[in-house]
Design a protein around this ligand. Structure first.
Ligand code: FES
Length: 400
């Protein structure tokens, strides 16, 4: 080290560093400080464990309802977490003795969240347990706990092309409405061509709103496709390979949101076009229903009821029946046991549980477990079906 440099260093100040630090530590309070670091506050705001909300508005749509939520400061939530267009929230419900969750895509723009508002659309599904309950019971003033925004069905500039083709069916329009609003208000920067399938003109959700967004913003194009009606100004039939090929090329990314049946159909059409799954992004569609694809499982187990032992990490053990035609998570919820879940389609990993004994069946298209989890005996009860009596350990830590 050069002599001039050493002479320029104030060594007497260095010598005081450690004694000074000791003095500060000794004089500090043993109590935790009341202030919070900015980084921690930001993380909590973006990823709260739970958001307490209240329904502020309900609008009747054709065959569905549009719900608006705001934060509920009375229960301790001051503002709603920001989100990316295409994400969903999971609603916590108590219906009868069942404690369950339901994921719904946000159909509002992220910029509305900054003004303290989320919106979701709930269509009453045939045999829909939760959707019927929500549409019949939620009104202005209803208090409801929801998760932070979740999901990866979002535009990612590093991965996706600047031109997006959206394929929507029924209430699968929700994330695309959020995309369109976000493009129109400048939150997102891509071009959206939306192929929106409905049975009849009357069943189209948000028709006027989509028209208004299209007229206001040149980067939004909406093509309505009616399967049960032939009308001027609408395409007729299904969103077939032929129709898709009119809009999709190598410079487009394709996003799909709709029912499980629609996905089955679109996969077949994709094969005709020779397009791979990697060109397409599918939104999580909620609870998986067994189909012909699961014929082997159904033949062996249909109609059977097995016994499920659930051990929660608070040390309680419950023994309950579980049917083979439903995911294990449904049996747990029906028994009134509060279990973690969000997407209900195998993707988020929130319900990850240890299979202590027994055997389960996981349909291939819901298989998103990491390789380690598969070999180490972890399952996602939201998309696992029993093949025998089972014992599982669920992690309820952090649930409010
Ligand atoms: S709830 Fe998301 S993986 Fe089960």
């Amino acid at each position: 080290m050069k002599k001039e440099f050493l002479e320029s260093v104030p060594l007497e100040k260095f010598a005081q560093l450690i004694p000074n630090r000791r003095r500060i530590i000794e004089s500090a309070s043993a109590e935790f400080p009341e202030y919070e670091y900015n980084a921690n506050r930001l993380a909590k705001n973006l990823h709260p464990k739970v958001q307490h909300t209240v329904v502020t508005d309900v609008k009747e749509l054709n065959g569905a309802k549009l719900f608006t939520f705001r934060a509920d400061p009375e229960k301790g939530t001051e503002s709603l977490a920001y989100f990316q267009a295409g994400q969903y929230i999971s609603l916590e419900l108590k219906i009868g003795d069942s404690l369950l969750t339901r994921p719904y895509s946000l159909c509002s723009s992220p910029s509305q969240a900054l003004k303290g508002e989320y919106q979701i659309v709930v269509k009453t599904m045939k045999n829909g347990f939760a959707s019927a309950y929500i549409n019949e019971n939620f009104a202005a003033g209803t208090k409801i706990d929801i998760s932070a925004p979740e999901g990866t069905f979002c535009y990612e500039p590093l991965r996706d092309a600047k031109k997006i083709v959206g394929i929507a069916g029924g209430s699968g329009i929700a994330p695309f409405l959020s995309f369109a609003k976000a493009i129109a208000d400048g939150t997102e920067d891509f071009e959206l061509t939306l192929l929106y399938g409905s049975r009849t003109e009357e069943e189209i959700l948000f028709k006027e709103e989509l028209e208004e967004l299209q007229n206001r913003c040149g980067r939004i194009h909406v093509i309505h496709v009616l399967s049960d009606e032939e009308k001027e100004g609408y395409r007729h039939g299904f969103i077939s390979a032929e129709l898709i090929s009119e809009y999709v090329d190598n410079d487009t990314s394709v996003f799909v949101c709709g029912s499980q049946g629609m996905y089955d159909y679109i996969w077949k059409e994709m094969e005709k076009l020779g397009l791979s799954r990697k060109n397409f992004r599918f939104d999580a569609y909620g609870e998986y229903r067994l189909t012909d694809r699961d014929a082997e499982y159904l033949t062996a187990h249909q109609g059977k009821v097995y016994e499920l032992t659930v051990v929660t990490n608070d040390g309680l053990t419950h023994t309950i029946p579980m049917r083979c035609d439903e995911p294990i998570l449904v049996a747990i919820e029906r028994a009134g046991i509060k279990a973690p879940s969000k997407c209900r389609s195998g993707e988020c990993g929130w319900c990850r549980s240890r299979l202590v004994s027994g055997e389960v069946y996981t349909p291939e298209i819901t298989e998103h477990r990491r390789q380690y989890d598969r070999t180490a005996g972890y399952i996602h009860p939201c998309c696992s079906f029993p093949c025998s009596d089972c014992k599982i350990m669920i992690n309820c830590e952090g649930l409010e």
